[in-house]
Design a protein around this ligand. Structure first.
Ligand code: BGP
Length: 467
């Protein structure tokens, strides 16, 4: 029998820029994501984020369908450019109202709102102070954080700081989060984001002592490609650069020596001021949230591998290379999704155990899921048995992790409803709810329940005991 805690937060996730659309509605100012699809580097023939799933104009219906599914929680992000108008921090009241209404509606249905403060959609006005390259970034993030805590702090208990902070450093260009104008090293950008996160947590403690806040990186166990000691060496270094650097800084208050040395060995260095050191020391989270899609398998990498990795069309799950450290390779023991992402449910359990063992904080899963080209049949059905199978296996191993001692708060897979992928369009669908549109034909945006919708509804009803 699979046992989940009584108040386990079953739900699902989305992010503002991938679901809302309405980029010119409600006083929203431009963000780096609004025109990502117009960049040279964006793959051709794939829609961008201007309309997305038009959730901005359909949010009430969307929440009611989530309620029908029995969600206990819903993780969504607040769009910074919808809330703040400029570098001075002027507030857009229409934006405030949009999320306030959304939160009230969730509470009406007894769905716990889980808020991501920042999910990839940097407002363009940040460029006026040097963008993510600049240490000023963290101060503007603090101003924004204060507005969020003041307006929503009394209604929202669960807060996530920055989505996948580590992906800014590892695959920032591929997923479009780093501006084309950026000149700083991606590791310095990572550091600026870490300081922003720390400032937000410190402010949170002062303003909302009863709330809970945590980071939300993308974490996965790393396997050596072989039993060659060199590959294990690459695995240990990759663990630092891909995973632990981003959790050590927030949970332990400093970068580890291993990480600093690994950075030096690849010719990188980050500037940390004395004031920032103090800030970073004092920002412990209440829990760890992380996104999990697959594990990673690595072997040692040459300079030649590094050059190949600069290929602009690479994907965030494939072909990650750090020169002098290692490169990711396919694991021959794992199946792949239609989009080439490896499927590793046992790796999910082991990742949970590794994270819990290392930091001993409760864990919330804020993303997990399968992107697929779902087919709408003539009788209006979506038979996504592959998605059900994916979830069954991951939830089964999550339950084993709990039985083996991992303390868990909730599971919010990606995604509640179909939305636009980071760089592979709307055809890479993740939702329990289908959105009737194609890449460039917006059709009627009708919401249709997939087979996985009914399956997940039953699973939530039975608190996972039927898995
Ligand atoms: C994570 C992001 C999400 C999301 C998901 C799936 O990296 O936090 O924003 O989109 O991955 O990735 P993709 O959309 O590239 O398939």
């Amino acid at each position: 029998m699979n046992k989940f805690p009584k108040d386990f937060l079953w739900g699902a996730s989305t992010s503002a820029y991938q679901i809302e659309g309405g980029i010119n509605q409600g006083g929203k100012v431009p963000s780096i994501m609004d025109r990502f699809d117009e960049r040279e580097t964006y793959p051709k023939g794939i829609t961008g984020f201007k309309v997305a799933s038009d959730h901005y104009n359909n949010w009430k219906e969307d929440v009611s369908i989530m309620a029908e599914m029995g969600f206990k929680s819903y993780r969504f992000s607040i769009s910074w450019p919808r809330i703040i108008k400029n570098v001075k921090g002027d507030v857009n009241q229409e934006g405030i109202k949009f999320y306030s209404d959304l939160i009230d509606e969730l509470i009406k249905y007894k769905i716990e709102p889980v808020v991501t403060m920042f999910h990839f959609d940097t407002p363009n006005f940040i460029d006026e102070v040097g963008g993510l390259d600049s240490s000023e970034f963290s101060k503007l993030f603090e101003i924004y954080s204060k507005v969020l805590f003041e307006n929503y702090g009394s209604k929202v208990k669960w807060w996530l700081t920055i989505n996948e902070l580590n992906m800014f450093a590892l695959v920032g260009q591929t997923i479009g989060v780093i501006s084309e104008k950026s000149k700083a090293s991606k590791w310095q950008i990572m550091h600026n984001l870490n300081v922003a996160q720390a400032r937000a947590i410190i402010l949170f403690r002062k303003m909302l002592p009863d709330g809970k806040i945590g980071p939300a990186p993308n974490i996965s166990s790393v396997y050596p490609a072989s039993s060659k000691p060199e590959d294990y060496d690459a695995k240990i270094k990759f663990d630092q650069l891909r995973n632990w650097a981003f959790l050590d800084i927030v949970c332990r208050g400093d970068y580890s020596n291993y990480f600093k040395i690994a950075l030096k060995s690849i010719g990188e260095e980050i500037m940390v001021t004395e004031e920032e050191k103090e800030v970073l020391k004092n920002s412990k989270p209440d829990f760890i949230a992380f996104n999990y899609y697959s594990t990673m398998t690595v072997e040692t990498a040459t300079m030649e591998d590094y050059k190949k990795s600069l290929d602009k069309n690479k994907d965030q799950q494939k072909g990650m290379v750090v020169p002098g450290v290692g490169k990711s390779v396919y694991n021959p023991n794992l199946e792949k999704t239609q989009f080439g992402w490896e499927i590793d449910p046992i790796g999910f359990k082991n990742t949970l155990k590794e994270v819990y063992d290392r930091y001993q904080l409760p864990i919330m899963i804020t993303e997990n899921g399968i992107g697929a080209k779902d087919v709408l049949t003539e009788d209006e059905k979506i038979h996504d048995d592959y998605r059900i199978e994916y979830y069954k296996r991951h939830i089964k191993f999550m339950s084993e992790a709990i039985q083996e001692g991992v303390e868990m708060i909730g599971y919010m897979p990606w995604s509640a409803i179909d939305l636009v992928s980071t760089h592979e369009g709307i055809s890479k669908r993740y939702g329990f709810i289908y959105v009737n549109r194609d890449e460039f034909d917006e059709k009627d945006m009708r919401r249709i329940r997939k087979d996985s919708f009914f399956w997940y509804k039953e699973l939530i009803e039975k608190n996972g005991e039927n898995i």
